[in-house]
Design a protein around this ligand. Structure first.
Ligand code: TEU
Length: 560
């Protein structure tokens, strides 16, 4: 029986490598997570999404899975996972597993089998094609490019054949056209649901279906060639419907898809209730308002209007017949307080709380990334060698090979790197930020951990954590905050974000100064006299005709 529990859920994302190291070996692990579940609960989250915990050679840190029914030894055992699952459930926390099903690790037994012989029954689990002979040269089957730069095809040994990989070459794309692959996938999902997990986050799900036969992309693109042949492909809806019918519909489960720049029409269709595909997909468009073409390293001046378009568009599009998600950070993004033209040195608390109010009071399920709730900042990396993410290295190499000076290339990488969010959590000011007992960590700790850490924030008078607690409590207790329709105000204002949420006769109003300068803002007449539910400065009790908003001040009103 479906209860739609996700509609009033608040999801907390744990990146297991860096959350908490229980056995002091330098890597985060399940016993570590267990020891911090109360923190998640106290915040007010109602569900936890675990980035991949499965066996993996970690070329892409867990997003290259070599056994979907296992727990990687560095994190613990399946028995540890079972303990974690029941510890979450005991605290009324739902559990969402990350499912990376566009590709497997090239160390997955299916792939090993597939390339072991041309007659292998696993051959057709992947997308393997002959290269193109041109004189002495052997060219890849098409000019498609991987999301992480370079050709999307890798030659199989000395043979004439190549396999497709839209991400790292250690991540081979599965052939979803093959019904046996889809059966295997349904079985894997069933395995976890039968164990008692409550839902899935699907990694780059909108690349499952490709256009066949494979051909060259002859269009001009600034970045990735071939995308129109593998994003929102022709059988996407059919594949999702099939999984929904076979698996999700049999459990009270929740699904959220992570999509790679979907078209607006496709994005709506994936979550349209009557289509019976996914419950929701991530809305990321606003997070591209400080970069060019969705490529995080290619920084551009922050554009608040683009941010607002990206934030409010999906709230509008999915209101009547779908559902939305609200995201500020994840393991693929730098810390939000260091983006969007914000100076986290001076206004860390103000900006972190303002961003939370603006994003998480919207229509959709909030997803909070570990550390965001304490206003954790980017890490002051000083060299590319300190970074572990292969993407940082690929893009740096590409830039420097194209002749970009190293210093400049590094400054781009440092702006957009996924590494910032992946350093060990700074829990307190003890060794390694309290992440472990002092053993060297797999990834450097943030050198600012003594000054910026969870305990210090929780104890502070102006605490990001406590603001999040209040914000989430408002969300949970107000039907308007959950179900209300969003209406944006003053879209053209380049400093202010303002919107209302309406449900029946009840209205909420949110307004925020997205700039480091004070701004006077004239409130809509109905907000005059409205009660202030939350204010990150604590200045206001009631709405006036106009309010003087301090730098990064955010106010949430409830109509009297
Ligand atoms: O990410 C999909 C993705 O394409 C981006 O978010 C990507 O990480 C970014 O553009 C690079 O700067 C998902 C996972 O979230 C990510 O961690 C994996 O690396 C990727 O899929 C491959 O599995």
């Amino acid at each position: 029986m479906k209860t739609d529990w996700y509609k009033n859920a608040v999801v907390y994302q744990v990146y297991p490598f860096s959350f908490m190291d229980g056995n002091n070996d330098g890597w985060g692990d399940i016993p570590g997570i267990l020891s911090k579940l109360d923190h998640i609960k106290e915040l007010g989250a109602t569900a936890v999404w675990f980035s991949p915990l499965y066996r993996s050679p970690d070329f892409d840190y867990g997003y290259d899975v070599s056994d979907y029914r296992s727990i990687d030894g560095k994190f613990g055992t399946m028995a540890d996972f079972d303990t974690l699952l029941s510890a979450c459930h005991k605290r009324d926390l739902k559990v969402i597993m990350d499912m990376v099903l566009n590709h497997t690790s090239t160390e997955h037994p299916w792939f090993r089998e597939a390339i072991s012989s041309k007659d292998s029954p696993y051959r057709d689990y992947y997308i393997i094609r002959e290269g193109i002979r041109k004189g002495r040269k052997l060219l890849p089957p098409s000019n498609w490019q991987s999301t992480f730069t370079g050709s999307a095809w890798e030659r199989i040994g000395e043979s004439d054949e190549f396999y497709l990989h839209l991400f790292c070459r250690e991540q081979a794309d599965l052939n979803w056209e093959n019904p046996r692959v889809r059966e295997e996938i349904a079985d894997i999902l069933d395995f976890w649901l039968a164990k008692g997990v409550d839902g899935f986050r699907f990694d780059v799900f909108n690349m499952f279906s490709k256009v066949f036969p494979i051909r060259d992309d002859r269009e001009k693109h600034t970045f990735q060639k071939g995308a129109q042949f593998f994003v929102d492909g022709p059988r996407m809806h059919e594949f999702l419907r099939e999984l929904n019918e076979k698996v999700f519909s049999r459990y009270d489960s929740y699904t959220v898809g992570e999509s790679f720049h979907p078209s607006p029409e496709a994005a709506r269709a994936y979550v349209k209730r009557e289509n019976r595909e996914l419950d929701s997909i991530f809305s990321f468009a606003h997070l591209d308002s400080d970069n060019i073409g969705g490529k995080k390293f290619f920084r551009k001046p922050f554009d608040l209007l683009q941010f607002k378009d990206g934030l409010f568009g999906p709230q509008r599009d999915n209101y009547e017949d779908g559902w939305n998600t609200l995201v500020l950070e994840n393991h693929d993004n730098p810390r939000s307080v260091d983006r969007f033209s914000i100076d986290s040195g001076k206004y860390r608390y103000e900006a972190a709380t303002m961003l939370a109010a603006v994003v998480f009071m919207g229509f959709g399920t909030p997803f909070i990334y570990m550390g965001e709730e304490a206003g954790l900042t980017n890490c002051a990396f000083t060299s590319i060698e300190q970074m572990k993410d292969p993407v940082s290295h690929f893009v740096y190499d590409l830039m420097t090979r194209c002749g970009m000076p190293r210093k400049l290339a590094f400054s781009f990488i440092r702006y957009g790197a996924r590494d910032h969010a992946r350093v060990p959590m700074a829990w307190d000011d003890t060794a390694n930020g309290g992440f472990n007992g002092g053993h060297p960590t797999w990834q450097c700790v943030n050198p600012r951990f003594r000054e910026i850490n969870v305990r210090k924030d929780r104890d502070a008078e102006r605490s990001v954590f406590r603001f999040y607690q209040k914000l989430l409590a408002i969300r949970k207790s107000s039907e308007t905050a959950i179900m209300g329709k969003t209406e944006e105000y003053d879209h053209g204002n380049r400093r202010i974000v303002a919107y209302s949420r309406t449900f029946g006769d009840d209205r909420l109003f949110v307004c925020a100064n997205f700039s480091p300068r004070p701004v006077r803002y004239v409130l809509p007449p109905w907000v005059k006299g409205a009660r202030v539910l939350l204010d990150n400065y604590g200045q206001y009790q009631r709405g006036e005709a106009s309010v003087a908003l301090s730098p990064y001040q955010a106010l949430i009103f409830e109509e009297a």
